[in-house]
Design a protein around this ligand. Structure first.
Ligand code: GLV
Length: 322
């Protein structure tokens, strides 16, 4: 009998072709974006594999309802939506998608940074309203990136992809990471390791590229924001709860920092309403990997993780059970 795979979200189909050929794959019904948690809970007992999305909680209750489940193939590099230690206890393999998300997420960070520092989205907005923009040489002043220092917090794949972009833009690179990276990587980007507080006080741009876990919750709060330069900007393309969003609102109100570029928010899909007041905040709704190409690549990648796991044939991007 064919193995059964449950996909929680209705994604573009081409990337799933191999998976659909080999297994019995269930997608949400046409016209629906996704299954609800309760629907998945009702169905999961019959499935051998689950493809979850970064915003879909895979908790103890769900895994306890899934006696056949062997693999959770997460459609994301981040897996904070999954109780990985419980999956490990139950012998369930968890996998993620590091390769396809690295470059687009670094693009998003760079895009937010440019849009913020050159006031691109603010001026675009104003130009659409008659009389709302001043066309004067000393109006609309932004910040240059060339020669400035970017502090990258989380020097993994995405952090390094951002370092490559920042270096091309003529920036100096400092970084903070749980462990210092190889000296070859430091040399490649001429990146200098710094303790967090020092990074915050010397950087003109602080970019968050670390995973979300207990250690990184509110990594940037009131104290950390107060260490940043007044002309510094904060970029977050990682996970919302890395930043204490209320503290960020206050820091912006008190002009403790120059601005922020955010692709993720602390309390779900939307920012705190107070953030909407600021022209010096550029926001996108967690679209770091949202390109046509990457959506196809991620579908193929989550599929390959499942196929290679069941067939023992080729690499699987394992989060646990190495
Ligand atoms: C996106 O947020 C991801 O974790 O890949």
């Amino acid at each position: 009998m064919k193995k059964k795979v449950l996909i929680t979200y209705n994604m573009l189909r081409p990337g799933y072709a191999d998976l659909m050929e080999k297994y019995d794959v269930t997608f949400p019904p046409e016209g629906r974006e996704s299954f609800t948690y309760d629907e998945v809970l009702d169905m999961i007992s019959e499935y051998d594999a689950l493809q979850s999305m970064f915003n879909f909680p895979v908790d103890k209750k769900l895994m306890d309802a899934a006696p056949k489940l062997k693999i959770i193939s997460n459609y994301a590099v981040g897996y904070d939506n999954i109780d990985v230690s419980y999956a490990t206890q139950k012998g369930i393999q968890v996998t993620n998608t590091p390769d396809p998300v690295t470059e687009p997420t670094a693009d998003q960070a760079m895009g937010l940074l440019l849009a913020l520092c050159r006031r691109i989205s603010e001026l675009d907005r104003r130009l659409r309203i008659p009389g709302a923009v001043k066309v004067e040489l000393l109006a609309n002043l932004g910040l240059s990136l060339y020669g400035k220092t970017i502090g990258i917090i989380g020097m993994g794949r995405i952090g390094q992809a951002l370092a490559r972009r920042a270096k091309a833009a003529g920036m100096h690179i400092v970084y903070h990471n749980r462990h210092r990276v190889d000296s070859a990587i430091e040399e490649k980007y001429q990146a200098v390791y710094l303790p967090l507080d020092e990074l915050l006080s010397v950087s003109d741009v602080v970019s968050l590229n670390a995973p979300y876990n207990e250690e990184t919750y509110h990594l940037i709060g009131k104290r950390e924001l107060s260490l940043m330069k007044e002309q510094a900007v904060l970029i977050n393309t990682a996970r919302g709860p890395l930043v204490d969003e209320q503290a960020l609102v206050e820091a912006l109100r008190d002009k403790k920092i120059w601005g922020a570029g955010l692709d993720v928010f602390e309390f779900g899909d939307y920012p705190l309403p107070a953030l909407l007041e600021f022209d010096n905040v550029v926001m996108t709704p967690h679209t770091g990997t949202q390109t046509i190409d990457v959506r196809h690549e991620m579908a193929a990648y989550v599929s390959r993780n499942i196929i290679h796991f069941f067939e023992g044939n080729g690499p699987v991007s394992k989060v646990n059970l190495k």
